[in-house]
Design a protein around this ligand. Structure first.
Ligand code: PBG
Ligand code: ZN
Length: 333
């Protein structure tokens, strides 16, 4: 065999800065800390209940008292922001989803209690949508089998106002109707809620990753799908357009959703916007990790850390994630 001479790297050796954990931490470009994590919660219109969501191990539907206890214990881990989803009173789903704006609804009552107990120490965000409250399960008003954009704005505005009245710090419309950010911003301002911030689900794709959530929120559409209002997963220029529109309409923060299958979209929006950008690490992304971990196929702490870092590295400032509690209590980050 011929003797092949090997060229050694010489002066430049990237491995020098990977030699110890402290050196690696020193040069790390991306960090995930408790301050930028947002924990989602499902609230029932009852005082005491704790019902596990079978497709989302570790996640429960909470009665209001249970929710308060859970959030109090999460705060000790450093979680300072929550995003609330509600269930309506039994038998109150209707075609126009009016229960979404009920002053004594689950979300409205939870917001009031949370703000009374935690004040400014806790950031209370609310999801603004109709799908958990409409009898047909769509995010807007259905007319002749089609979700009518403009007819959906008023009930969405009413829901957002009811959350603001209860004391929400941030309202987050997830319906994907055109013009709803402007309509909600104007109504908030007209009612003296100019301090309430608006986090827009600006870039929300029609995604199969929402499957487990629809069990948790009982919000699956009865007929059809959400493709006439949520975005097509083949598009990224459209994401920039949605972001620009919502920015012009007065959004304070933007969101890309889902996160992991859309890291390129997060990066693209990051590059054209100077607003804070959140990413939603959605239910299906969570459940897939949980299922693989339960089978011993993946190392859950390492996977969750890698996923959350990937979302931040792509350019997200905040991450909405069901992993928040486990990641912080387990010291996974
Ligand atoms: C409802 C809503 C959905 C999610 C957040 N708000 C589901 C949907 O649009 O069908 C998904 C969240 C998740 O999957 O974790 N507008
Ligand atoms: Zn919806």
């Amino acid at each position: 065999m011929k003797d092949v001479s090997i060229t050694l790297p010489g002066r430049v050796r990237p491995r020098r800065l990977r030699r110890t954990p402290a050196l690696r931490d020193l040069v790390a470009e991306t960090r995930v800390t408790a301050a930028e994590l947002i924990m989602p919660h499902f609230v029932l219109p009852t005082d005491n209940a704790e019902i596990p969501v079978s497709s989302m191990p570790g996640i429960h539907l909470h009665g209001i008292e249970n929710l308060l206890r859970q959030i109090e214990s999460d705060r000790k881990l450093g979680i300072r922001a929550v995003l609330l989803f509600g269930h309506p009173e039994e038998g109150t789903k209707s075609p126009d989803g009016a229960a979404a704006a009920a002053a004594n609804g689950a979300v409205q009552r939870a917001v009031e209690r949370l703000k009374r107990e935690h004040g400014d120490e806790l950031i209370v965000m609310t999801d603004v949508c109709l799908c958990a409250y409409t009898s047909h399960g769509h995010c807007g008003i259905v007319k002749d089998g089609y979700v009518d954009n403009d007819a959906s704005l008023k009930p969405l505005v009413d829901a957002a106002l009811s959350h603001a009245r209860a004391g929400a710090d941030v309202v987050a419309p997830s319906d994907m109707m055109d013009g709803r950010v402007g309509a909600i911003r104007d109504a908030l301002d007209a009612h003296g809620f100019e301090h309430v911030a608006l986090l827009s689900y600006a870039v929300k794709y029609a995604s199969a990753y929402y499957g487990p959530f629809r069990e948790a929120a009982d919000s699956a559409p009865e007929h059809g799908d959400r493709k006439t209002y949520q975005m097509d997963c083949r598009n990224v220029r459209e994401a920039l357009r949605e972001s620009e529109l919502d920015t012009d309409e007065g959004a304070d923060m933007l969101m890309v959703k889902p996160a992991l299958a859309y890291l390129d979209v997060i990066r693209s929006v990051r590059e054209i916007s100077d607003l804070p950008l959140a990413a939603y690490n959605v239910s299906g992304e969570y459940s897939a990790v949980k299922a693989a971990a339960a089978n011993g196929w993946l190392d859950e702490p390492a996977i969750v850390r890698e996923n959350l870092i990937a979302i931040r590295r792509a350019g997200a400032d905040q991450i909405i994630t069901y992993h928040a509690r486990d990641a912080l209590s387990g010291g996974w980050l």
